[in-house]
Design a protein around this ligand. Structure first.
Ligand SMILES: NC(=O)c1ccc[n+]([C@@H]2O[C@H](COP(=O)([O-])OP(=O)(O)OC[C@H]3O[C@@H](n4cnc5c(N)ncnc54)[C@H](OP(=O)(O)O)[C@@H]3O)[C@@H](O)[C@H]2O)c1
Length: 416
């Protein structure tokens, strides 16, 4: 279907815009892609058919870029600049007779919220509604593609910033829907809000789903919401600090219930595309190789050391049967409480572990790490040649710096 519209797709060097353009190309649409990268324009034209120069930070480039354009896929990056970029582009669209703007926003299902990024997108949408240009807003919840980012699943440890369930959407769904909306045009889609939140999962369920899909063990660590501000701005991340602050607010407000709706299913994929949306289990199978690669990525962008990484070392050292490396996870004066036994200091800890290794063959499989104010609780399933052969244990840890200072080992309340 090749409509009479002439679509301009923004953000095509990014993850969403690229997939929207690929979908439009596959459907034979009449479109061009916009980029601020002059050096890449020819390559983009070869890839997608036509390209135009546009720099969202320089509105003087807009009029030429919008020449003969009838519809825009409006997407901005992970920056507060989205406000002025979108406002000035909407003004230019109106000036140039653009008929339809399809905007990618956030999952602002509850209107009365104030987490930064969500409020930014709501402001853009209010300005768009007021502009007189026909509009359609896409409201996507967490992208499943985020699991492929540098900091999200490093070493097979999924860093979540709330213990609560959150909703996910596959960009395959959002971007195919965007292409269909752009091609079907404002007659069918003007004034419509569409929602994309297909699968709601706790951190533990995410890790289990990724493990099942890839055959590699993934575990989940629930980190403090504040941690997102550091982790999300590591080198290689697209997030600027002001945007990362929005993530911290989001996760904090999901945790305390103010944004509980983030953990809800609301998905218009079927309505728009006539097929069911992808669930994480489907998406993870499609992206199993990339997930495995992301999980193995080397240290350039490693999460900063902390109790979660000390506990990962503790688990690895146990499974490697490496007494010294287990002892190295503890402070010099550390105390361990294990089954009525009290072990004091690293020398005794080394002897305790050596004795365990001598008596038993066992494997520690972490199922959760929950970070606390001064420590963390590691939950793990232990299987081996001990009575019962399988037990789920909670390792309650108090920390001194990055070392374990006190460890109390108890059966988990729920044994799996
Ligand atoms: N991650 C999520 O879970 C999630 C959920 C809901 C909504 N969102 C929204 O999705 C959007 C980000 O999408 P994405 O993941 O596709 O981002 P992305 O991969 O970082 O891509 C951003 C795109 O915007 C382009 N861009 C940035 N500044 C530009 C400028 N001045 N002029 C022209 N183009 C410019 C970039 O081009 P260059 O290559 O030239 O930099 C790139 O193509 C944000 O608005 C975010 O709020 C994200």
């Amino acid at each position: 279907m090749k409509g009479s519209s002439n679509v301009l797709v923004l953000g095509v060097t990014g993850q969403v815009g690229k997939l929207v353009a690929t979908n439009l190309k596959g459907r034979g649409a009449n479109f061009s892609v916009g980029s601020r990268r002059k050096a890449n324009l020819r390559e983009l034209a070869d890839q997608f058919g036509a390209s135009r120069f546009i720099d969202l930070d320089d509105p003087r480039t807009f009029d030429e870029a919008l020449n003969n354009v009838t519809s825009i896929f409006l997407i901005t990056g992970y920056t507060v600049d989205m406000l002025v970029q979108s406002k000035s582009l909407i003004d230019a669209a109106k000036r140039n007779g653009v008929k339809h703007i399809v905007h990618l926003g956030a999952f602002t299902r509850d209107h009365d919220v104030y987490a930064t990024v969500f409020a930014w997108h709501q402001m853009i949408e209010a300005y768009l509604r007021d502009s007189g240009v026909a509009w359609t807003n896409l409201h996507a919840n967490m992208f499943m593609q985020s699991f492929l980012s540098v900091w999200s699943i490093k070493g097979g440890l999924y860093s979540a910033y709330t213990s609560k369930a959150i909703g996910f959407t596959a960009l395959e769904d959002v971007t195919e829907a965007a292409a269909v909306i752009l091609m079907e045009g404002p007659q069918k889609h003007t004034g419509k809000d569409y929602w994309f939140s297909a699968d709601v999962l706790t951190p533990h369920q995410v890790a289990e789903t990724l493990s099942t899909a890839t055959g590699r063990k993934f575990t989940a660590a629930v980190r403090k919401a504040e941690g997102f501000q550091n982790d999300a701005v590591q080198s290689g991340s697209a997030f600027e600090p002001a945007y990362a602050k929005g993530g911290f607010e989001l996760f904090g407000q999901v945790e305390d219930g103010r944004m509980a709706y983030i953990g809800s299913v609301a998905d218009d994929t079927k309505k728009l595309l006539g097929r069911e949306p992808l669930l994480l289990r489907d998406w993870a199978k499609l992206h199993a190789d990339e997930l495995l690669e992301a999980a193995c990525r080397e240290s350039g962008a490693a999460p900063k050391a902390g109790i979660a990484s000390t506990l990962a070392s503790f688990v690895k050292a146990n499974n490697d049967r490496d007494t010294d490396s287990v002892a190295a996870c503890f402070s010099r004066g550390a105390v361990v409480h294990d089954d009525g036994q009290i072990i004091r200091g690293t020398d005794e800890i080394r002897q305790w572990v050596a004795e365990l290794f001598r008596k038993f063959q066992y494997v520690v499989a972490p199922t959760n790490v929950r970070e606390l104010e001064n420590g963390a609780i590691l939950t793990a399933t232990i299987t081996g040649n001990f009575p019962g052969a399988r037990v789920s244990l909670d390792y309650h840890c108090r920390t001194l710096g990055d070392k374990i200072d006190v460890m109390i080992i108890q059966p988990s309340r729920v044994t799996k």
